[in-house]
Design a protein around this ligand. Structure first.
Ligand code: ADP
Ligand code: MG
Length: 677
């Protein structure tokens, strides 16, 4: 190995890697020596049984050692190349064959000692080893044969064998432990160097398991430590303005609402208003199922800022939602004297700084991030439907609205039900408020999975329902490609479907909504629907987030199997927002019992948190929380389903967070990860 290799050395500097392989390795997200060491095997082949050649029986998976007697390339009539090698030990001889690896005979030459591992097969009526793993015999233990042999996630041109040959030499590097001894001791964890050795080339399965345990702990522990560090950093800030509670005005506001707040709403409002009056900036995550009434909670916080002569910002993930919020807040807050401004990508005043004072509440989309927020008095920032925003963007917004160590109070709202333990891990720097109760005028949305032969009847039923109940229907076509946003293809598919549905539902009024429409057309489509001028709104999943149209009582979802349960629940949440009975029809052409079963959970369960749990078990956290797409935390070993591990690592992180100076290894790690500066 080259001199001076450290964990941070780029893989391209390693012996027998180079630029070409580095490119391939990048696909596996391996860039440095450390990444290589943290590229863990998914499983092992058990080649620990050694046999002499005469003992071999067909079907056994074994390792033999012997001398090469002959070695040749054979060309078949179909111009394929077969490599035949005869091996001999004291007890007898056996033939090993490979296909299309002509280079092999130049390394496996007669008289060399070789180890072969694989399955004993019958080839041309004799016992034979077909494409076994091989390595020339050395005194030290092998890495491809005669042991538990790791099998890795691979990519084109990078096989497990190739990876083994590159990983084994770097395992000889000295690797420094960075977990504090007290944590190793408390949790009975083995050391880092030993763990890395054992996870790649385990002595036995028990050692592999111990290594896995340690490395999974480390992974989750570091996430917890990041969260706690962020939290600690946050606490060093001061709010741009400490707000004063105005109890009479607040109660008056509540009394003026067209409904009675649920006790859950009251509880979280109290938590939030208390935060706002502290001399530390709030950083809170408000979660509540779709329709649980988060908007009014946000309104109360905004109102308090205004009572203190401060501005507030509300950021929404889509233009449609920003516009809806604009309307809601106009209705709710304008009568009280507040001035509200909407800023989206399409508003004309682009690139101009925000008005410093005339406006009290700024509502907008990502476009806000491109605006100068200087000369503003922003004391409160609210981000709706936070799972659509990256952590980065949140930081960006904060930087804009804040003044060095002065930052605004921060509230993020999400309908994604996040189990408490998961929230504590991924969003551990945030305080948590949960609205766990629905307004009591709600009825559960009746949900059915509809198979293909019932489709026509379902259309008929919808038609009747619309006429009889004067209600409205959403029809959602899924995105064709798995992506965060729509492609042109998706729009085309939705358009084709729209034309089809228009015919089916004649003479009802059908409208189309998709993300590529001009903002004005989008708004018009929504407004027409809101005003009851259209009966059916066909759309791509853009309606997913936040739209509130209480007269719509039917949600029909095409090709429902393309969505996760949590997402389907979100879509379903577009209906059932008023007192009328609502319905959700899940269309699927699939006959796969597993898919039907998955969808039918929506028939049984109406609680987002429960569905999210099931989703988490079925699909894994990456899919459910969009963590994968955002490249936020890619867990390799640890699982967000492992509550015990989450709790243990959180405690462990708490134990060391205030003594980082004592643990230089950890501190260095945080610095390298750019968490600490
Ligand atoms: P979400 O939590 O999904 O953002 P919204 O804030 O949009 O939900 O509220 C959904 C609907 O419920 C709105 O029409 C809102 O006016 C209404 N709402 C909110 N709170 C209550 C309540 N306590 N009682 C009755 N209706 C309510
Ligand atoms: Mg909402």
């Amino acid at each position: 190995m080259a001199q001076n290799v450290t964990l941070n050395t780029p893989v391209s500097d390693l012996f027998m890697v180079g630029q070409a392989y580095a490119k391939k390795l990048a696909k596996l997200e391996i860039h440095t020596v450390k990444d290589l060491l943290y590229h863990f095997p998914g499983r092992y082949l058990d080649f620990r049984q050694t046999r002499t050649i005469s003992q071999l029986k067909p079907g056994e998976i074994i390792t033999i050692t012997g001398k090469i007697v002959s070695s040749q390339n054979i060309y078949t009539r179909s111009r394929k190349k077969i490599q035949k090698i005869i091996i001999q030990d004291k007890s007898g001889q056996i033939e090993a064959v490979w296909f299309n690896q002509p280079f092999l005979v130049s390394s496996l030459k007669p008289d060399k000692q070789v180890c072969l591992s694989g399955k004993v097969d019958v080839f041309g009526r004799q016992l034979s080893l077909v494409s076994p793993e091989y390595e020339l015999f050395k005194d030290s233990a092998g890495i491809h044969t005669g042991r538990l042999v790791p099998i890795y996630p691979e990519t084109r041109g990078v096989s497990s064998k190739w990876l083994r040959s590159r990983i084994a030499p770097v395992l000889k590097l000295p690797i420094k432990e960075f977990l504090p001894p007290v944590i190793l001791k408390n949790h009975a964890l083995i050391g880092l160097e030993e763990s890395l050795k054992q996870i790649h080339f385990p002595q036995d399965l028990q050692s592999a398991e111990q290594a896995r345990k340690r490395l999974a702990f480390e992974e989750m522990f570091l996430i917890q430590l990041i969260s706690l560090t962020r939290k600690k950093l946050w606490q060093t800030h001061q709010p741009t303005q400490v707000l004063k509670l105005d109890q009479p005005k607040t109660l008056e506001f509540i009394a003026g609402l067209p409904f009675k707040l649920t006790s859950a709403q009251k509880r979280v409002i109290k938590q939030i208003l208390t935060d706002l009056t502290k001399d530390q900036p709030m950083n809170r995550l408000l979660q509540g199922d779709v329709g649980s009434g988060k908007t009014v909670v946000a309104a109360m916080a905004i109102y308090l800022a205004w009572l203190n002569n401060q501005q507030a910002v509300l950021m929404a993930p889509t233009e449609i939602l920003a516009q809806q919020h604009y309307q809601t807040f106009q209705n709710l807050l304008q009568p009280l004297g507040m001035k509200i401004e909407l800023i989206t990508g399409s508003t004309k005043t682009k690139r101009q700084p925000l008005h410093p004072t005339p406006c009290d509440l700024i509502i907008g989309t990502h476009a806000l991030l491109h605006r100068s927020l200087e000369a503003t008095n922003i004391a409160l920032v609210i981000v709706d439907e936070q799972h659509r925003f990256g952590v980065e963007q949140r930081a960006q917004l904060l930087k804009k609205a804040g003044k060095k160590t002065l930052v605004p109070h921060f509230l993020t709202m999400t309908a994604t039900p996040i189990p408490r333990t998961v929230a504590l891990t991924l969003y551990g720097d945030l305080e948590l408020s949960t609205i766990d109760e629905m307004p009591d005028n709600r009825q559960a949305v009746k949900t059915w999975v509809v198979s293909p032969h019932k489709k026509l009847a379902a259309y008929q039923w919808i038609k009747t329902q619309i006429k009889k109940e004067h209600s409205q229907t959403f029809i959602v076509c899924p995105l064709i490609e798995q992506s965060e946003s729509e492609t042109l293809k998706d729009v085309k598919a939705a358009t084709v479907e729209f034309e089809r549905l228009k015919t089916i539902f004649q003479p009802l009024k059908v409208d189309l909504l998709h993300g590529r429409l001009k903002v004005k057309s989008k708004k018009q489509a929504i407004d027409r629907f809101r005003a009851g001028k259209t009966h059916i709104l066909v759309s791509t999943p853009v309606v997913e987030v936040g739209i509130d149209i209480p007269n719509a009582t039917i949600m029909m979802i095409e090709t429902a199997e393309r969505f996760g349960l949590a997402q389907l629940h979100q879509l379903r949440g577009r209906v059932g927002r008023g007192a009328k009975q609502s319905y959700c029809l899940l269309f699927t052409d699939s006959a796969n019992p597993q898919i039907i079963k998955r969808l039918s959970y929506l028939e049984k369960f109406h609680n987002g948190a429960r569905l999210a749990e099931i989703d988490l078990q079925l699909r894994g956290p990456g899919e459910v929380y969009g963590v994968k797409q955002h490249g936020f935390f890619k867990l390799k070993l640890a699982s967000l389903n492992n509550q015990a591990l989450i709790n243990q690592t959180r405690e462990a992180a708490k134990l060391v967070i205030n003594h980082l100076n004592k643990y230089q290894g950890l501190k260095l790690w945080l610095k390298q990860s750019k968490i600490l500066t």
